[in-house]
Structures are given as structure tokens and as C-alpha cells.
Design a protein. Structure first.
Length: 235
């Protein structure tokens, strides 16, 4: 004899498990400091973007920009710039010590969503970092890579402004060190950043921090910028 489950129980059993909501970091005072200029700008920093996952030519999704969770509450400063130098953003976010490996920036853009739709994932450089001040003028301390939705979580991509020098990167973390030379991006618009550095890494069972070194060689000497970088646990 077959027993018949009530209709509402059948419906519950057949529903897929709901995805866990991604914690958010909210823009301080709800204000996003951004602009879309008619003439190109260059960033003041040599480090222009850090992302986990290989970017593709699909459209940039401003509504779902996520970064690695710092694991502590406080100010997260986010700066972004398009490769052609027309779009820029610098905004402080407030992050709680929420569990999870990622945070979604809410919002990433206030009024420039239409303009951002013209860019690909590969066109936007984002640097997020822990900060001691909401003015976001202090030096980058701990870098929190942007996360490419559905991207390869074992590849780090670094965008740099070379200043007409050879650039290489070194990551000291886990089974590393990992080293790689940086190459020009395929896109001809190389104003805000003109080098892409790709590193393959192995994520651990727990979030971890390492040291990222970016070397700029002008043929006479090498200048190195050093950052602490935080990576999430293996998914």
C-alpha cells in the first residue's frame, strides 16, 4: 500500500536547496564616489586591480561585485578604474565580521550602471583593502581580491601600470612561491593599466594570507611593491 504525502510536503521535498545569502559590505552613508569622464585618467597607483578567477569578455556585472571577506569588521576601501581611464571609483565600505568567504559590495555604482554595461570583465581593475580611515588615503595594507562569478578560483590576475618597465609578480603563500612575468593585455586601450599578471595558486581548507610582491624593472634596477593578500578557503 502506497502512502500519499500531502501536496505541500511534496513541494518542499522537490525544491532545490536555497543558496546561502552572501553577506554585504555597505557604502558608508550610502554614497558611492565615482565618475565617468570625457577624457581618460590614469590611476595614481601601480597596482590597479587584483581578482581571483580568470576574467572573460562577458559584460561587467556591477550589481554583483564581490570581494574576499576580510574576516573582521571595519572599513574596506575600494577603488576601481576602467582600462581606458574613463570610469573611476573610490569608495569606503563598512564590513561586519560576517561568516563566509566573500562580501558583496552594496552598491558598487550609484548612477553609472548604464555606462558600466559597455565594459567587459577584463576592462575593470578593482583593488579592495582593509583601511584604518574612511578617507581611503592610507597605504594599502591587506588586499582583498575581487571575485569573478563562476571564475577559476585557483587563478589570481593582477593588473598593473608598468610605467614602461618590465613587470613580474611573486606570491609567497602555501605551496608557493609562485612567480610569473606580466604581459600586455590584448585590448589596445592600455591607459589605466598596461600589464596583466596571472598566477595559479592552490587554495587551502581555511582562508589564508600571503605576501604579494610586484617587481618593476627599468633595466637599471628593480623596484618592488609588497602587499599582504588574503585568499578564501577552497570552495
Amino acid at each position: 500500500m502506497h502512502r500519499i504525502l500531502p501536496t505541500f510536503l511534496v513541494a518542499l521535498v522537490s525544491l532545490p536547496a536555497l543558496a546561502q545569502e552572501v553577506p554585504v559590505a555597505t557604502a558608508l552613508n550610502g554614497v558611492v564616489n565615482e565618475n565617468f569622464d570625457s577624457s581618460a585618467k590614469t590611476g595614481g597607483s601601480r597596482l590597479v586591480g587584483v581578482r581571483l578567477g580568470a576574467a572573460t569578455s562577458r559584460p561587467f556585472r556591477a550589481a554583483d561585485v564581490q570581494i574576499v571577506n576580510p574576516g573582521v569588521g571595519g572599513i574596506v576601501c575600494v577603488r576601481a578604474i576602467s582600462r581606458d581611464g574613463l570610469y573611476w571609483m573610490r569608495t569606503p565600505y563598512e564590513a561586519d565580521s560576517d561568516p563566509g568567504d566573500r562580501l558583496r559590495l552594496q552598491p558598487f555604482t550609484a548612477e553609472l550602471g548604464d555606462q558600466l554595461q559597455q565594459f567587459d570583465e577584463t576592462d575593470i581593475g578593482i583593488v579592495a583593502s582593509l583601511s584604518t580611515s574612511a578617507d581611503c588615503l592610507d597605504d594599502v595594507a591587506v588586499v582583498l581580491p575581487a571575485l569573478i562569478p563562476g571564475g577559476n578560483p585557483t587563478r589570481i590576475e593582477i593588473m598593473a601600470n608598468s610605467g614602461n618597465r618590465n613587470v613580474s609578480v611573486r606570491l609567497e603563500m602555501g605551496a608557493g612561491p609562485f612567480e610569473e612575468e606580466c604581459i600586455p593585455p590584448e585590448n589596445e586601450a592600455r591607459i589605466a593599466f598596461d600589464r596583466i599578471c596571472g598566477l595559479n595558486v592552490t587554495l587551502g581548507q581555511e582562508p589564508m594570507e600571503g605576501t604579494l610582491l610586484i617587481n618593476f624593472d627599468d633595466g637599471l634596477g628593480v623596484e618592488t611593491e609588497t602587499y599582504t593578500i588574503r585568499l578564501p578557503a577552497k570552495p
